[in-house]
Structures are given as structure tokens and as C-alpha cells.
Design a protein around this ligand. Structure first.
Ligand code: PEP
Length: 253
């Protein structure tokens, strides 16, 4: 079975102490992850080393960075490189979250560079795509997200693309309390998989996890994740509440 993943995106929230407590509460919960299931915590940079050591002895729990820089090294004050993440044992990194695309003017071409740098260091990118409200209202969301994949991922070889996790996150559903319906999520996930299949073949497309993000909650996760092409979620707000994120992990297929 394809990997099923509950990924927490803490964004710029929590003190160090609160972060430790949240991780402890989740890791102490009675969750038995199966071989094909994973939970990933995308935590702020200063908490990566602590979080990594918290999950070290736990099967199928991992830590992710929320971003990396698109250049390898150099005079980029305040930035964090992929090599730095690699040097502290980080294995996953969110790339192209819509908040970074919007507030940091990240382009599809820059994201392609980030993806390349991550893969060079065997860091799995959690590549975010998704349309704004006006594109959804115009009914052109399929073309919009397909273009994001093409411009940031489709230069990869068939071997490389298998190391990508995709997160489809409609921007109008992020942090708004509006969730895509299960049917809307399944429809576009299926479409994205068909676009990947068109380029790399069905076998490879069937191996790539596609997560849904946008107001996933304890109460809607099971229904969303039950769809055949929805392989778990990238979760913002609800991942900051231990009991809620525990339920979301338990909702994985
Ligand atoms: C996100 O930040 O990726 C996200 C989906 O946030 P929320 O779950 O709060 O909508």
C-alpha cells in the first residue's frame, strides 16, 4: 500500500517548552502506526534537533523543516540551507507552502531548485500545490495545479520523482475553516495522479503519496482520508492540539 501520512505543520507557533509538551503528549498516546503509516512534524527551525531526538526511537515518526533556501550556501543572512538540515539529520522538508509562495514570493522555478537540493541530500520534499479562490471559482484549478507540478517537479527523473510527497492544499481552505468536500479532494487528487501518470507512468504515479491540506480536523479526517487518492493530510491549526492530532493520525487508512 502507498504510504499514508499525517503531517503536522506548526508554522510560527509554540514556545520551545510548549513544543516539547505537545510532542510528548502525542508520542505517549496509544497509537500503533502500521508499516505503511507515518506521522511527520514540521516544526520551526530552532526546534528541529529537539524534535528529532524526541521521535528518534519511535517507529514511523519523523521530523520536517518547514522550508529551506533555494541556494546551496552563501551570503543569505537569516536563511537555512538544505545542507544545514542534512547535517542535523532532517529527512523531510516542506517546499512551496502557499504562505511562503505568497509572503516570500516563491516561484515555481525557485521551488524546483529547492526540490533538487533536497533530493541531492536525500531529504524528501513535501511539495505543496493548490489554487487560490478565484481560480477555483473560475473552474480552472486542474490546469493551475498541473502547471505547478510541471514547473517545479517534472524535470525530475522517474527515480527522483518517487521520492516526493505531494500536498494538495487549496488556498481558500487553509486556516479558513472551509474544507474541500471529500468529493472535491478526491477529484483533484485523482487528476493530479493522472497528470503524474501521463509523464511517468501509472506505476510510479500510484506510489506517490498525495496529502490533502486545508482545515483538516479530528472530525473530518477519517472521511477525507478514506478517499482512494487521498493519502493523509498536511495539517496546520489542528496539529497544535494533541488530542486532535492524535485523532487525525488514527484516521489514516
Ligand atoms: C497548512 O498550513 O498547511 C494548513 C493546511 O493549515 P490548516 O490545517 O490550519 O488549514
Amino acid at each position: 500500500m502507498r504510504k499514508q501520512i499525517a503531517a503536522a505543520n506548526w508554522k510560527m507557533n509554540l514556545s520551545y517548552q510548549e513544543a516539547e509538551t505537545l510532542l510528548d503528549e502525542i508520542l505517549e498516546a496509544d497509537i500503533r502506526l502500521e508499516f505503511h503509516q507515518m506521522a511527520i512534524f514540521a516544526v520551526p527551525f530552532p526546534y528541529l534537533i529537539m524534535s528529532r531526538s524526541e521521535v528518534e526511537d519511535e517507529m514511523n515518526y519523523e521530523v520536517a523543516a518547514q522550508n529551506c533556501h533555494h541556494k546551496k550556501s552563501g551570503a543569505y543572512t537569516g536563511e537555512v540551507s538544505v545542507d544545514m538540515l542534512h547535517s542535523i539529520g532532517v529527512n523531510y522538508c516542506i517546499v512551496g507552502h502557499s504562505e511562503r509562495r505568497e509572503y516570500n514570493a516563491e516561484t515555481n522555478a525557485m521551488l524546483a531548485d529547492k526540490v533538487n537540493l533536497c533530493l541531492e541530500k536525500a531529504i524528501t520534499p513535501i511539495f505543496c500545490c493548490g489554487e487560490p479562490l478565484e481560480i477555483r471559482e473560475a473552474g480552472t484549478q486542474n490546469n493551475f495545479v498541473a502547471q505547478q507540478l510541471k514547473e517545479s517537479l517534472f524535470h525530475l527523473s522517474a527515480v527522483e520523482i518517487k521520492n516526493i510527497i505531494i500536498a494538495y492544499e487549496p488556498i481558500w481552505a487553509i486556516g479558513t475553516g472551509k474544507t474541500a468536500s471529500t468529493a472535491q479532494a478526491q477529484e483533484i487528487h485523482h487528476y493530479l495522479r493522472s497528470v503524474i501518470a501521463g509523464k511517468y507512468g501509472a506505476d510510479i504515479a500510484n506510489e506517490i503519496p498525495i496529502l490533502y491540506g486545508g482545515s483538516v480536523k479530528a472530525g473530518n479526517a477519517k472521511e477525507l482520508f478514506a478517499s482512494p487518492d487521498v493519502d493523509g493530510g498536511l495539517v496546520g491549526g489542528a496539529s497544535l492540539i494533541a488530542d486532535d492530532f492524535i485523532e487525525i493520525i488514527k484516521a489514516l487508512k
